[in-house]
Every structure is written in structure tokens, then in C-alpha cells.
Design a protein around this ligand. Structure first.
Ligand code: SF4
Length: 84
């Protein structure tokens, strides 16, 4: 399992992430979030500060998430392994 976290304070809606990973979508505030219905997404939790999505699989093998994190200009995306 792995986690994708988006710092909503840092996100400024550039949407470079959407072009790299189809699980990223725009939310109703014009910021990035993760589509809870996308394949492999177990759950998505959102607060004012952060979006945290839990996904099936291996962070290192998930090239799309890694590319999205690298493409984010303010560095708002983090990807890390978590225990199931
Ligand atoms: S690329 Fe970064 S700043 Fe742009 S929408 Fe995605 S998370 Fe937000």
C-alpha cells in the first residue's frame, strides 16, 4: 500500500499533476485531489490542509504518482509507502 498526500496550502492549481497521473482531478476549490473512484484507490480523506489518499500497490513501482510529484512546481505532492 502507499499514500499520496497533497498539501492544499502549497497547491496552487497549476494541474501539472493531472497530466501525469489520471487519478489526480480538480476539486470544487480549484485545487488537486485524488479521484476516489479511480482504480486502486482505497480511500481519500480531505481536510482544509491536506488530501491523503491510500492506494493499493507499491510507491516505487507507481511511475505515474512519482512523475506527478516531480512535476508539481511548489512540491505539494508526496508519495510514500505505508503499512497495510
Ligand atoms: S501540480 Fe501541484 S500545485 Fe499543481 S495542481 Fe497538482 S498538486 Fe497542485
Amino acid at each position: 500500500m502507499f499514500e499520496i498526500a497533497i498539501d492544499r496550502d502549497a497547491c496552487d492549481g497549476i494541474f501539472a499533476c493531472l497530466a501525469r497521473d489520471g487519478r489526480f482531478v480538480e476539486d470544487d476549490d480549484g485545487l488537486a485531489t485524488i479521484d476516489p473512484d479511480a482504480a486502486g484507490v482505497v480511500r481519500v480523506e480531505r481536510s482544509d490542509e491536506r488530501v491523503v489518499a491510500l492506494l493499493e500497490g507499491d510507491a516505487e513501482a507507481d511511475d505515474d504518482a512519482t512523475l506527478a510529484a516531480r512535476a508539481c512546481p511548489p512540491g505539494a505532492i508526496s508519495v510514500r509507502e505505508v503499512d497495510a
